[in-house]
Design a protein around this ligand. Sequence first.
Ligand code: HEM
Length: 443
Amino acid sequence: MRRPLDMQPRLPPGSLGWTYIGETLQLYSQNPKSFFNLRLKRYGEVFKTHLLGCPCVILATAEAVRFVLVTHADLFKPTYPKSKERMIGPWALFFHHGDYHLRLRKIIQSLLSPDLLRAILPEIESIVRSMLHAWDGHVETTYLAMKRLSFDVGICMIFGRQLDDHHKKELKKNYIILDKGYNSFAVNFPGTPYRRSILARKQLSYILNKIMEERRQRTESRSDFLGCLMDYKDENGCNLTDEQIADNVIGVLFAAQDTTASALTWILKFLHDYPSVLEHVKAEQMKIYHANECGKKPLTWTQTRDMNVTNRVILESLRMATIISFTFREAIADVEYKGYLIPKGWKVMPLFRNMHHNSEFFQDPEKFDPSRFKVAPRPNTYLSFGNGVHACPGNELAKIEILVLIYQLVTNYKWEVVKSSDEVEHSPFPVPKHGLPAKIWRV
Ligand code: HEM
């Protein structure tokens, strides 16, 4: 039976702006947080707009975020420009929705579980030590050093300890080209960053196929990320194809690198800017350092589980910086939410950053205060790693990497930020201005 007209769901309040360009110019002419905050005040916490050629519904309440990402996630699929799919590879986990996504996610989640990460803790510690050693005594752009670190950790997690040096160099060289072109205009002419990226992506597939071929020839079965993807069989005994494996290796490297590097850079900035917080962190880490015979013994998994002060600093840094400011989904059918219609094909954007800086959820939100995490935040308000079926499966790896870096840094080094500033750049994730140039030296 049809509902009377006055009870039909209606579009949320808000403006679709000008024909085609919508409110895109307004978004780009100001700080995105202010653009959204202004409209949240004007229309309430669900409103419509039109951005980058698409009608969108914007959400910033715990209830609405839960609806889209968790309870009704089957009605909203991830959505990315085709050019990005082409660069990463169309079989990568985060482009999918439904059965393939669920099946693959289960595998990837199990490969990033604490049990498996425990095995590579000594490797992570050794990668962190050599990165700091190479930085010792001079000024470096923190963000670039952290990008190298997260790339090396990603490679170690995916290929294990025995990746041939030649393959590693080639992977790195081509990955850097891919990364440079990822956010360029999708103009596929010779010489453009986009074209160079596409060619580098082809080369990456070639190298990955070669590595897989070599492993098969040696009839090796390995327990690293690549080995497990190669050995995987579904309930009908079917393997993943080499293309699916390659797209997911590149996809995971990609999802891991800039996010973790940006998080690490912010944490160094906050520890530098808040000396009393640094003192607390240092006191916690020095206890472990002394228990480990002044760092002679390696860090144990149990010790990393027991770094409560440091852990709260990580949570608060991720809240303050909100590495992923918002996400996009697309309604796969007409959806009704609280009397509002979200038409099929419209984009839906949960605003993680605005929620993290909303005083209703986080008291005095502009204050850097790790102690607020002595009490767990309200459900669906802390979204640094997202929520629901697409929530970050790499959060444990990111956290362990950050803990090891903090341990090694505060127990062995001092550091100084060059021309400290509160300005933020987007690359595309937020990073402190100029990537936070800093000098470190061994104490
Ligand atoms: C501090 C570092 C990181 C942050 C802040 C972060 C944040 C996020 C967020 C917010 C999402 C959900 C996006 C959405 O709902 O659309 C996500 C998804 C994802 N992340 Fe992370 N991430 C981090 C590190 C990592 C690492 C280290 C890995 C892998 C080793 C990783 C792999 C992924 C993957 C594969 C997805 C897609 C999951 C899916 O679609 O099912 N991330 N991440």
